[in-house]
Design a protein around this ligand. Structure first.
Ligand code: G3H
Ligand code: 13P
Ligand code: ZN
Length: 314
């Protein structure tokens, strides 16, 4: 199957009460680990690339690695639906480059702009994307946390207003909407107990029935993965993610796409640290990148089950 848009996937996700995992990729081992997990679990995939990832690995490399993975999956008898998505596109130009360059979905993140400006920018991207068969995710409300090394303090974050969400979707024609209900990017999401505003989510779902919502900053920051990092020389303290039960709860409602990056980073780093600590004489990159790839596979398998999308590629 060639790359697909998320349109049909989200329709199914909405109707069957699951969410599709959207995983950030930066190199070959991450891509391979994610695909191995999706093949094992027969799950559809959204592979997402940030501006930082495009800069680090180059757009062309990532596209070809993803295409190769789709072919390998097909050769092994699993025809996975795969969406190639730009994560947090900050202006029209980057969205255009990705639309012209083979992506099937882009996010225009106008969340830092005032409402009217966000609408104008999002509509500009929608007007370019739709005639070219590409779908658009937008964001309303602002998450706290770190993206591309830009830190948004909790005081500058703001939850999504349900009334504005309806108007925003109607006026922009976007295909999905990222909402702020208390998640944040990175490994330090909550100081005390984890809390998401499910009441607000329900209100957004009510005013936008059948419309796919997106949860960013949705890593669970599993304690066992943090513990591996710390056991082998890491220093990750005070981290806290979104409990898996909350992710499952959101996935059963209007949330059709759940973004995960931090958990992959933790899994990969822990596996590499372990090899470095246990075999300090080792210097063959394959000896630490293979366990890193396996760690990615295992954490993605876990996520696909939490999201309910295992088995949904068939
Ligand atoms: O939302 C941010 C994602 O985790 C991507 O992170 O911008 O550092 O690649 P990055
Ligand atoms: P996490 O930092 O929680 O993994 O969120 C990733 C994300 O939202 C990418 O857009
Ligand atoms: Zn995000």
């Amino acid at each position: 199957m060639p790359l697909v848009t998320s349109k049909d996937l989200f329709k199914r996700a909405y109707a069957e009460h699951f969410a599709v995992g959207a995983f950030n990729v930066n190199n070959m081992e991450i891509i391979q680990g994610i695909f191995e997990a999706a093949i094992a679990e027969k799950a559809p995939l959204i592979i997402q690339v940030s501006a930082g990832a495009r800069k680090y690995a180059r757009h062309e490399y990532l596209i070809h690695l993803i295409q190769a993975s789709i072919e390998m999956a097909k050769a092994s008898g699993v025809d996975l639906p795969v969406v190639l998505h730009l994560d947090h596109g900050e202006d029209f130009e980057i969205c255009k480059k990705c639309i012209d360059g083979g992506f099937t979905s882009v996010m225009i993140d106008g969340s830092k702009h005032p409402f009217e400006e966000n609408i104008k920018l999002t509509k500009q991207v929608v007007d370019y994307a739709h005639p070219r068969g590409v779908v658009v995710e937008a964001e309303l409300g602002r998450l706290a946390g770190v993206e591309d090394n830009i830190k948004v303090d909790a005081k500058d974050s703001s939850y999504t207003d349900p009334g504005q969400a309806k108007e925003f979707v109607e006026r922009t024609g976007c295909d999905s909407l990222a909402v702020a209900i208390g998640t944040s990017h990175g490994a330090y999401k909550f100081k005390g107990d984890a809390k998401l505003d499910f009441q607000r989510l329900a209100e957004i779902e009510k005013v936008l029935p059948g419309f796919p919502l997106v949860l960013h900053g949705a890593s669970s920051v599993p304690e066992d993965l943090v513990a591996i990092c710390n056991e082998y020389g890491g220093k990750i303290q005070g981290s806290k993610g979104v409990p898996e039960s909350m992710i499952t709860q959101a996935s059963k409602g209007g949330v059709c796409k759940v973004n995960i990056d931090t958990d992959l980073r933790l899994a990969m780093t822990g596996a590499i640290r372990k090899v470095f600590a246990e075999s300090p004489g080792e210097f063959d990159p394959r000896k630490y990148l293979a366990p890193a790839r396996e760690a990615i596979k295992q954490v993605v398998i876990r996520k696909l089950k939490v999201l309910g999308c295992a088995g949904k590629a068939i």
